[in-house]
Design a protein around this ligand. Structure first.
Ligand SMILES: CC(C)(COP(=O)(O)OP(=O)(O)OC[C@H]1O[C@@H](n2cnc3c(N)ncnc32)[C@H](O)[C@@H]1OP(=O)(O)O)[C@@H](O)C(=O)NCCC(=O)NCCS
Length: 173
């Protein structure tokens, strides 16, 4: 997998990845809006030559007729979105498609994003994670994030119930 930065041209691909990873996924318009805000950065992990190749491969992947014909090594697997504002950065989402999990892709993306934040002189990083999302919480803890506070009933589930968010933070020394 190659990690590369993408822009607005990848909004449909980003939304498609997000849809595979979250019940309340972000649509193309949401991603387009992100790119209108200064400091927004997005990286994907993929083995495609270009964003359009990734989008084509992704569409084929979800089409049972084409799935037989495509090669395994032309894939977009994951993304991370963050926003720098002065000395603060917010990780807005990190998502690895289910078929690509437990291969170290989230670690690779997070490490690259953290390196870029550090070189942009970011001091404090914040993120929200759903209480009980142990895969994500363990990942963030492994990179030095700690629990800051809880947002009660922050996430609305598809069945109408709500779950808490944990705010996690990390400080560069
Ligand atoms: C959380 C998520 C991004 C992890 O992606 P991944 O590529 O599978 O993670 P990695 O393979 O890089 O694993 C990194 C570490 O995360 C933790 N981890 C990942 N999946 C885990 C799981 N299912 N159970 C427990 N720990 C897990 C482990 O500490 C792991 O390190 P290890 O392999 O040395 O034990 C992925 O499961 C995902 O996209 N989930 C749905 C979306 C989501 O919840 N995003 C986070 C929003 S804040």
């Amino acid at each position: 997998m190659i990690v590369r930065e993408v822009g607005r041209e990848a909004a449909d691909l980003l939304s498609a990845i997000h849809e595979e990873c979250f019940p309340n996924y972000w649509n193309i318009e949401t991603f387009n809006n992100f790119f209108s805000v200064d400091g927004t950065r997005v990286m994907i992990a993929s083995s495609c030559e270009s964003v359009s190749d990734c989008a084509e491969s992704f569409a084929a992947d979800r089409d049972p007729v084409h799935r037989q014909r495509r090669t395994q090594d032309d894939e977009a697997g994951a993304m991370i979105v963050w926003r720098n504002q002065h000395t603060q950065s917010d990780i807005m989402t990190l998502a690895v498609r289910p078929a690509f999990r437990r291969q170290g892709i989230a670690k690779t993306l997070l490490e690259e994003a953290l390196a870029q934040m550090e070189s942009a002189r970011v001091r404090d990083i914040f993120l929200d994670v759903e209480d009980g999302n142990m895969a994500a919480i363990k990942l963030y803890e492994a990179y030095g994030f700690t629990h800051l506070r809880r947002r009660k009933l922050y996430y609305r589930q598809k069945n109408g119930s709500h779950t808490d968010a944990l705010v996690m933070t990390k400080k560069f020394s």
